[in-house]
Ligand binder design. Structure first.
Ligand code: ZN
Length: 68
């Protein structure tokens, strides 16, 4: 009923229905390496990339190993 509820809704992983958490992820983008905060599923480690960033570009996300 409330339109702006969408706005606050946390992203969910399609597969696990878990709330995504923001994680620093290394991405390779146009020959450069960046660290960006991306929503990530704590269950399956799937990283969700902003459409704007991903559209028409080759964007590789390197899985970061947990635990140092
Ligand atoms: Zn998941």
């Amino acid at each position: 009923m409330n339109e702006d509820k969408n706005y606050n809704m946390p992203w969910l992983c399609d597969k696990c229905k878990r709330e995504l958490v923001l994680k620093k992820v290394k991405v390779r983008y146009l020959e450069g390496n960046f660290e960006v905060d991306l929503p990530k599923c704590p269950e399956c480690n799937m990283v969700f990339i902003d459409e704007e960033m991903a559209v028409g570009k080759m964007l590789e996300v390197e899985k970061e190993l947990e635990g140092k």
